[in-house]
Design a protein around this ligand. Structure first.
Ligand SMILES: [Zn+2]
Length: 485
């Protein structure tokens, strides 16, 4: 089941205009600074229900002390890249040039319909973004992971661009990694009340050696600890993990960032041990997507590892594939959702740590922050929660709803952090790039074109333009037979 799109800007998108206004504007004089947080893909009806139930205390506080707008229409199509391009410039997609998450590559005469650029990061904005306006006015801006093309930035602007730093996929290590061959000899083998069980696995080009041990300092009898090292040497241990079921506050159980080599470049991952069988015959170890460190500006206080090492998303792909266990829609009892939720909270926590540091340590007049939630979780679950869809099952919806609410609450925590950290005379605004609604059918337009002999695929399954009269490409927004060549 997939999502559809309905557009909404949640709250106070107009603050962006306040800072573009004339200097004599009352609001511009009253507030010296602004923090704008974007929740990606927020569903307004769901927010209203949660507010009514008192489940979004920070947003409630923001609304109480300010202004809000319901059912504001976002740009069309209501997708992330066009949404942010419009929010950051005030222009519609026909003005910004960002008409989809991928857009046709320009100049059009030099490229075919099959050539496209990412609207988040590669396709230049055709309208001036807020940070350029601010810079011209002598203001300093921090752009924290906003998914829009930044262009050339002045040294008055700091940009974190975490989504360009991802270097691989996240993954799960389980009992297949346990060595059935005689295990290697460890230098300075760690103390254990039971014979250590060795595991080996690789992430990118980095080989890891793990030991399941019965920690003498842990009262738990049985294998209660996983040590992860980059060699069979206790001095090379990079993480010491205790198993804990997924829970609120679960970020306490995550490792600090561990270096791996991906295609010759250093990246970092976080480990989380969700489970170990006390007899050492199985375990469940998750690691985040390898990401290169955020290049942070030099400041007096060296930022901690969590500040630097980007995660950016929860484990929605692994969850959807069933790799976290049977999902609720497939008859599971919520264990898979709890694990997925913890990956969401950890990704949110990491974004918050970077913002906490940047707000305190960097000079700024405008601070633009972003979280990919609730969008990611809405993509997975909205189709089960929307009661207007045929096939809706209220029992299923009731089971999934608390998990989706917790995703929204992690967004509310993010907002709460920014509210708590705001200096005096700072406007805080919350925006969203688009909404979402359930959808239970998908129309494969290229297939229709193919069946009508208007589109032909080559041996590799790619569109053969020489035998094609029409095709949809990129993220399938545009159909332009006149531009085929
Ligand atoms: Zn979005």
């Amino acid at each position: 089941m997939r999502f559809g799109h309905r557009s909404v800007i949640l709250q106070l998108a107009a603050v962006l205009a306040v800072f573009c206004a004339e200097p004599q504007n009352v609001l511009a004089q009253a507030a010296a600074k602004a923090i704008v947080l974007a929740w990606d893909g927020t569903v307004p009806s769901f927010v209203r229900e949660m507010l009514r139930d008192g489940k979004l205390p920070n947003l409630a506080k923001l609304i109480d002390g300010g202004a809000s707008a319901d059912e504001v229409k976002a740009s069309f199509p209501s997708k992330t890249a066009p949404g942010f391009a419009s929010l950051m410039t005030g222009g519609s997609p026909s003005v910004t040039g960002i008409s989809g998450n991928r857009v046709p590559r320009a100049p059009r005469r030099d490229f075919t319909i099959l050539d496209s650029l990412a609207g988040f990061s590669e396709a230049p904005l055709q309208a001036e973004p807020i940070w350029s306006v601010m810079t011209r006015a002598g203001k300093k801006v921090v752009i924290s992971h906003i998914p829009a093309f930044a262009g050339e930035l002045s040294d008055q602007t700091v940009r974190f661009s975490g989504y360009t730093l991802t270097a691989g996929r996240d993954g799960i290590i389980t009992k297949r990694a346990i060595q059935t061959e005689p295990q290697g000899v460890w230098t300075e083998s760690p103390a254990s009340d039971a014979p250590p069980v060795e595991i080996t696995f690789s992430v990118g080009e980095t080989r890891f050696y793990g030991l399941l041990i019965d920690d003498p300092f842990d009262s738990q009898v049985g294998y209660d600890t996983l040590l992860i090292a980059t060699a069979r040497n206790a001095r090379e241990i990079k993480a010491k993990l205790k198993p804990a079921p997924a829970s609120a506050g679960g970020e306490l159980f995550w490792s600090t960032p561990v270096a791996v080599t991906m295609a010759g470049q250093e990246a970092k991952i976080y480990f989380r041990l969700f489970d170990v069988r006390l007899d050492g015959t199985d375990f469940f170890l998750y690691y985040t997507r390898p990401a290169r460190d955020l290049p942070l500006p030099e400041v007096e206080v060296a930022p901690g590892a969590t500040v630097r090492t980007f995660i950016g998303n929860g484990a929605s792909i692994l969850y959807s594939q069933g790799a976290f266990g049977r999902t609720i829609p497939n008859g599971g009892s919520g264990g898979a959702e709890a694990r997925y939720l913890e990956t969401v909270v950890m990704a949110q926590h990491q974004l918050m740590e970077t913002n906490r540091w940047a707000i305190e340590q960097l000079p700024w007049d405008l601070f633009l922050a972003y979280t990919p939630f609730p969008d990611e979780a809405e993509h997975i679950w909205r189709g089960y929660i929307d009661p207007t869809l045929s096939g809706y099952k209220s029992e299923l919806a009731a089971q999934l709803r608390p998990f989706l609410e917790r995703v929204y609450q992690s967004c509310d925590d993010h907002l709460g952090l920014l509210l708590a950290k705001r200096p005096a005379e700072t406007v805080v605004a919350l925006i969203s790039d688009h909404g979402m609604e359930g959808m239970n059918r998908r129309v494969a337009l290229n297939r229709v074109l193919q069946e009508g002999n208007l589109l032909t695929l080559d041996m590799q399954g790619k569109v053969d333009l020489s035998k094609t009269k029409g095709a949809l490409s990129g993220d399938q927004q545009w159909l332009s037979p006149d531009q085929l060549h």
